[in-house]
Design a protein around this ligand. Structure first.
Ligand code: ADP
Ligand code: MG
Length: 579
């Protein structure tokens, strides 16, 4: 093939594919346009995952009739005039590409009116073809509707995920903007069902509760702006306390200059703030907004502006980490109560601590009881008391760090992780009732209202039957809100709403069991068991250990973490150089 110029049509399609990679990207561009137009209310609706149709409607300043045709021209914008303006950008848009791109890959309709105009204007353009503008009656603001996204780009369409997944991406996107812009009332309808709405009264925690549900209200803290920040730098937002965690990073949002961005570095900074406070594999949620002086950030490095470059990236990193850490530590209990609430030390740390005397000699590290790598063995060759299955009778001696129970067995010292142990006990006592669907129910004195996120709702719908069969009694209340009327009695749940949501959340992450029922039991056991950090009486510890002795697989919790470590008398003797 000789070198030749691509047709305008092809160029347009290639460019459009970069900006609008999927329905959520289109929604993001339209929401940003609405914010730039000063909207105080933004209503989003999608159907068929946003591929069949997506619409963003706002009450912003509108587009003049005479400008309508220009708005969909490539590189036509009202926001900048030269590249110099990027240094002092106050708007989210600046490239003039979004509407042009959308007009190329969808059947697009824009309806709008500016203040004082006699009538509104409408522009229709289907897949880049002849546009028509006409006058219409129109109440106010702007609505942009795109239908049949990518119908003219079959390859791109094939690349899209299931409508439900695409809808989840849209929900995450809109949720993020609703969190970051509490002064704007947002709503999102998916296939005619309202899945989120905020009231736009400016209260960031209130908006967060609308998005994440009322059960998390007590677990959210606002970020404090550090006093020593350099001129022009600012940080704000809402983050979860270590008492709340999720199976995925889905609900972590980072905004820079008001724009949703992705940054692995800053996500790391955020999660580092929870170091030792959250269990490995669990994630905090939060929405963090960073502002830096306009000339210290390059927003023009990525086609969808999803990535940005900070001139002072280390400063920004520590801003995120410090503010988050201060917010969650400031919230923590008084110093006498351990701040480690949900995260027992990892095995490695325990082993290190136990072998302080000779850390350089890994051979004397205590073995993990019954773990696959170190099957319990007895030097005298007798049958191990601790096998893969049963436990010897243990004598409880006390508790360490409100986390571990110290006990003596016939062959040495045992350290038991109280949370993991209780989780195992609960799991084994839940399973039979779950499997035979014969768990007793405990009616709530007052039904409890729980609002699920869009993603949680989808998961809830798929495991509704199982939830009912294990003892939950749930009414659907409209939207993604449910009323919990009864809970499985075995759980003796303190915070049923939270536990319910955690269970759904963990199911959304795929669940940890081999069956749905098993996943539910694992997660129910985990979220209702006693926590690390809880002081236990000798009687309680004895009861726990007795129950653990009766378990059929006492050595690991439902998630597969060990419930105990053993140090034999031999090893102790060696540690003290008696041998
Ligand atoms: P950009 O946002 O980069 O300027 P767009 O293609 O997204 O480019 O929009 C082109 C122009 O159309 C904008 O500069 C703005 O003047 C106008 N516009 C788009 N959406 C809206 C809206 N919702 N309200 C008012 N004006 C809008
Ligand atoms: Mg734009």
């Amino acid at each position: 093939m000789n070198i030749h110029r691509l047709t305008q049509d092809t160029v347009g399609k290639i460019a459009a594919g970069e900006v609008i990679e999927r329905p959520a990207a289109a929604v993001k561009e339209l929401v940003e346009n609405a914010i730039d137009a000063g909207a105080r209310r933004i209503d989003v609706a999608i159907s068929g995952g946003g591929v069949d149709a997506l619409e963003v409607r706002d009450n912003g300043k509108g587009i003049a009739f005479a400008d309508l045709a220009l708005a969909i021209e490539p590189h036509a914008t009202s926001k900048i005039t030269s590249i110099e303006d990027l240094k002092a950008l106050t708007t989210l848009g600046f490239r003039g590409e979004a509407l042009a791109s959308l007009a190329t890959v969808s059947d697009l309709r824009i309806r709008s009116i500016v203040a004082g105009a006699e009538s509104g204007g409408q522009l229709r353009v289907a897949f880049g073809d002849a546009q028509q503008t006409s006058h219409i009656g129109w109440g106010g603001g702007t609505a942009v509707t795109a239908r049949d996204l990518f119908a003219n780009l079959p390859a791109r369409r094939k690349f899209l995920r299931q409508p439900q997944t695409e809808a989840n991406y849209v929900a995450r996107m809109v949720g993020g903007y609703a969190l970051a812009y509490p002064f704007i009332a947002f709503s999102l309808d998916i296939d005619g069902r309202r899945v989120l709405s905020t009231d736009g009264n400016g209260d960031a925690i209130g908006a967060a509760v609308s998005i994440w549900g009322s059960e998390v209200a007590g677990e959210l803290v606002p970020l404090q702006q550090p006093e020593d920040l350099a001129e022009g730098f600012a940080i704000s937002g809402v983050v979860s306390t270590p008492d709340l965690d999720r199976a995925t990073r889905q609900q972590q949002f980072l905004f820079a200059q008001g724009r949703l961005i992705t940054s692995r570095q800053l996500a790391t900074a955020f999660e580092q703030a929870y170091h030792t406070l959250l269990m490995v594999g669990r994630h905090p949620i939060g929405c963090i907004q960073i502002d830096v002086p306009a000339d210290r950030i390059d927003v023009n490095v990525h086609p969808t502006k999803a990535e940005v470059r900070f001139a002072d990236d280390r400063l920004v990193f520590s801003m995120v980490q410090r503010s988050t850490r201060e917010a969650i530590i400031g919230r923590a209990a008084p110093p006498s109560i351990p701040t480690i609430v949900s995260s027992p030390l990892d095995d490695w740390t325990i082993q290190r601590r136990l072998s302080l005397a000779h850390p350089e000699q890994p051979s004397v590290l205590p073995e993990r009881v019954g773990s696959p790598e170190s099957p319990p063995s007895r030097e005298d060759g007798s049958t191990p008391l601790v096998g893969g299955k049963s436990l010897p009778v243990l004598r409880v001696l006390g508790q360490i760090a409100s986390m571990f129970i110290v006990a003596e067995g016939p062959d040495g010292m045992y350290l038991i992780d109280q949370h993991a142990a209780h989780e195992r006990i609960l799991f084994e006592s839940l399973m039979p009732g779950f499997e035979t669907r014969s768990s007793d129910k405990q009616m709530m004195l007052q039904p409890l209202q729980v609002t699920l996120s869009a993603r949680e709702w989808e998961t809830y719908v798929t495991c509704r039957d199982e939830l009912m069969s294990v003892g939950f009694e749930i009414d659907e209340f409209g939207g993604s809100t449910v009323l919990i009327r009864a809970v499985p009695a075995v759980l003796k749940i303190r915070e049923p709403g939270k536990v319910f949501q955690m269970m759904v959340d963990e199911m959304a992450g795929g669940g940890r069991g081999t069956t749905r029922l098993e996943s539910l039991a694992i997660s129910a056991a985990c979220h209702t068991s006693i926590r690390a950090g809880q002081a236990l009486s000798l009687l309680e510890m004895r009861e726990l250990v007795t129950q653990l002795e009766q378990c059929s697989s006492p050595l690991a919790c439902g998630h597969g973490r060990p419930t105990m470590l053993r140090m034999t008398a031999d090893e102790l003797e060696r540690q003290f150089s008696r041998r």
